[in-house]
Design a protein around this ligand. Structure first.
Ligand SMILES: [Zn+2]
Length: 695
């Protein structure tokens, strides 16, 4: 084996013997530990070989902490790590192991150990021989063995998988079945004969269909105090049936498992390498499964039901995703929750509730970007008005009249379909006639006249083929043509008549109302400007655009009586807001909600009814503030104040801050001469002289 390298004895030097010998004992799985004692013996025999090469018995260190762990990667194996550490610190003269090239099964681990052995001049020994990693030929050999080992592992897996695959393709592979399905002694899959198990599994599917969500199914089981069966998958009690509470993950497992729909599948999951030499299990999309055979065995639901459940679950899952497209109905009164789209940026809008007088009112909010980038939200729109407008639109759209029209169109289409059907039927009749003619011609000819007989036979065959094609076409077209039955028609008409009642009935749960909306509406785009614009896309493809005024603020909703508004208008001519409040209170008036009136409320009412303020009215009469007078006359405000203090101005009380407004005084009032600090005086003089020269 080692003919290219130096002889075995020459590889072991005194330096090697001075260091310890490390015997690495490896077992892959727990089963090997229990059953394959033979290989364990062989591994410990290597100890004798080390002693024969010159190490003492005390120098042989045994590392066997990896017992019971798979050798696929080094990361989980303490023993292998320890071995690497000892070798790299130069404590090992030799590493001993059975089929040493498999010390580390994957190549990365293997080459690393090899490198370290070469650096620390450590020898390697297995049953085949002794290797010096510093020697090029030995190293090449070891590297090849590592690669071979990996390749062998691969081939072994491939062989196993090949056998499994061909069985799987035939749907005959025996696989663990989910609870509720069992194998017969002949290897056929049947529903569990245990009536309790069978009924419970069936009940789960029925509950999901009724409630439309996995969580609601769990709740239903809980409220009915029902337990769900489970088979123990491993250990001593393997295969035993235990009953426990139904969990959300359990419901999902059952709903996602195609076997309950009677389908055989294989290759739904695949293993992908993950960092650290590990692998992760990935669920593949259905078109990438290796095998899928529907109607392979009895099931609890049909394949169509399975598909419908998958779609429903996907819808539910999306509701938790970043873009809550088509969220399912949830608690809370917002009708358009999950359907509202932001008219500014196109994102899904979320719902926030605020409480007003004990009722929850929805706001539709676009805040995706707001949360992510910590900026202001895109838009927030009060939702109550939008909800009722959309509800009304649905009621208006789904009138009996509208449906009558739709049914008339359907009738028209059906009539045309009948015409087409008659046409196709004629084609079939024609083909039948041709065939009959060809047959007669063939039978009439003298069989000895071979040439003519052959031609007529070919004719007859052609006619037969055309007849078959025409019949096929006819049957196919007939099957696809859908005409409404009378019962369907009656039900549709009844629904239209019932819809407003159902939708407006307070007894109809909000959840149901939201479900109805989801059946009819694709989405609703909302944009807030001076008014609210809503664009509704119905499932049928029609569009509706509506504009709603911005809802009034809360005080506006509680409308002020007309005579109070009139009184405020009149009193504002002469009085400020707080004076008006006092006067109205004396007269016994209150606000719309019966609250005593106060200045702020008076101002709000004035603004709402666009009444001019007391100040504005005084200004219209030509009254000005002190500063305005000073600006108008081009003099200092202090001068005007002096005039006021001297009683030279006539004015009126202007607002609740205690300010007055005055009539413009004549321009020739005397300028005061009062002692001032020098600096001020200079400015005063300048401005006074300017004024004087201007005059
Ligand atoms: Zn937005």
């Amino acid at each position: 084996m080692n003919t290219l390298g130096p002889p075995t004895a020459m590889k072991v030097t005194a330096e090697h013997l001075r260091r310890n010998a490390y015997l690495y004992v490896r077992q892959s799985t727990l089963r090997q530990v229990l059953t394959n004692t033979e290989s364990t013996h062989r591994q410990y025999d290597l100890r004798g070989r080390a002693i024969a090469l010159g190490w003492t018995a005390e120098q042989v260190v045994i590392i066997d902490t990896d017992q019971g762990q798979s050798g696929a990667s080094a990361t989980d194996r303490d023993g292998f790590q320890r071995l690497v550490a000892e070798v790299s610190m130069g404590r090992a003269g030799i590493v001993l192991g059975l089929e040493v090239s498999r010390l580390a099964r994957n190549n990365a681990d293997w080459h690393r150990l090899l490198e370290i052995c070469a650096l620390s001049q450590t020898l390697i020994l297995d049953e085949d021989g002794l290797y010096d990693p510093c020697n090029f030929n030995d190293r090449l050999l070891l590297g090849l063995k590592g690669t071979m080992s990996e390749a062998e592992l691969h081939l072994l897996k491939g062989r196993l998988r090949g056998g499994v695959l061909s069985k799987a393709r035939r749907g005959e592979l025996i696989q663990p079945l989910p609870v509720g399905l069992v194998y017969t002694s002949a290897g056929k899959v049947v529903l569990d004969p245990d009536a309790g198990v069978q009924q419970t599994v069936a009940h789960l599917f029925a509950t999901f269909t009724a409630t439309g969500s996995a969580l609601a199914t769990v709740k239903a089981f809980k409220s009915q105090d029902l337990r769900f069966p489970r088979r123990i998958g491993s250990g001593e009690r393997k295969g035993e049936l235990v009953w426990g509470p139904l969990e959300h993950s359990g419901v999902l497992r059952v709903l996602h498992n195609p076997r309950y729909a009677g389908a055989f599948f294989y290759g739904r999951h695949t293993h992908r390498p993950a960092p650290g030499g590990k692998t992760t299990v990935v669920t593949l999309p259905r078109d990438q499964w290796t095998v899928l055979i529907t109607d392979a065995h009895p099931g609890y639901i049909t394949w169509e039901q399975y598909e419908a459940n998958q779609n429903r679950l996907a819808e539910l899952a999306v509701a938790h995703g970043p873009n809550r497209r088509h969220g399912p109905p949830r608690e809370g009164p917002a009708l358009l929750q999950g359907l509202a789209v932001c008219g500014v940026c196109g994102r899904r809008m979320t719902v926030r509730y605020h409480t007003r007088h004990g009722t929850h009112l929805p706001d539709y909010i676009c805040q995706n970007d707001g949360i992510r980038t910590a900026t202001a939200i895109c838009q927030a729109i009060p939702g109550a008005g939008i909800d009722s407008a959309v509800g009304q639109l649905l009621i208006d759209t789904l009138t009996p009249l509208a449906l009558e029209t739709a049914l008339a169109v359907a009738d028209e289409l059906a009539t045309r379909a009948d015409d087409a059907d008659r046409l196709r039927a004629t084609t079939v009749k024609r083909a039948q006639y041709h065939t009959e003619q060809a047959r007669r011609r063939y039978l009439a000819v003298d069989p000895t006249n071979r040439l003519v007989a052959d031609a007529l036979e070919a004719d007859w065959n052609n006619a037969l083929r055309e007849l078959a094609e025409a019949t096929d076409d006819y049957e196919r077209a007939k099957a696809t043509a859908t005409t409404l039955t009378d019962t369907q028609r009656q039900r549709i008409t009844a629904l239209a008549a019932d819809f407003p009642t159902l939708f407006n009935d307070p007894a109809t749960p909000l959840r149901e109302r939201k479900r109805i909306v989801r059946l009819l509406i694709e989405d609703v785009t909302i944009r807030r400007d001076k008014a609210i614009t809503i664009h509704i896309r119905l499932k049928g493809g029609q569009h509706h655009t509506m504009t709603l005024p911005m809802p009034l603020a809360s005080w506006q909703l509680r409308k002020t009586p007309d005579e109070v508004v009139a009184a405020i208008d009149e009193l504002t001519e002469e009085h400020t807001d707080s004076q008006i409040a006092a006067i109205l209170e004396q007269r016994g008036f209150t606000s719309g909600t019966g609250q005593p009136l106060h200045a702020r409320l008076i101002r709000q009412i004035r603004t709402a009814y666009q009444l001019r303020s007391h100040t504005e009215r005084l200004r219209e009469q030509g009254l000005l503030t002190l500063n305005e007078i000073a600006r108008r006359l081009g003099i200092s405000p202090n001068t005007v104040k002096t005039w006021r203090d001297a009683g030279l101005l006539t004015g009126r009380f202007a607002n609740d801050k205690g300010e007055y407004m005055y009539h413009l005084p004549p321009a020739d009032l005397p300028r005061p001469r009062i002692g001032r600090p020098p600096r001020d005086r200079t400015i005063q003089t300048t401005s006074a002289s300017t004024t004087r020269s201007a005059v």
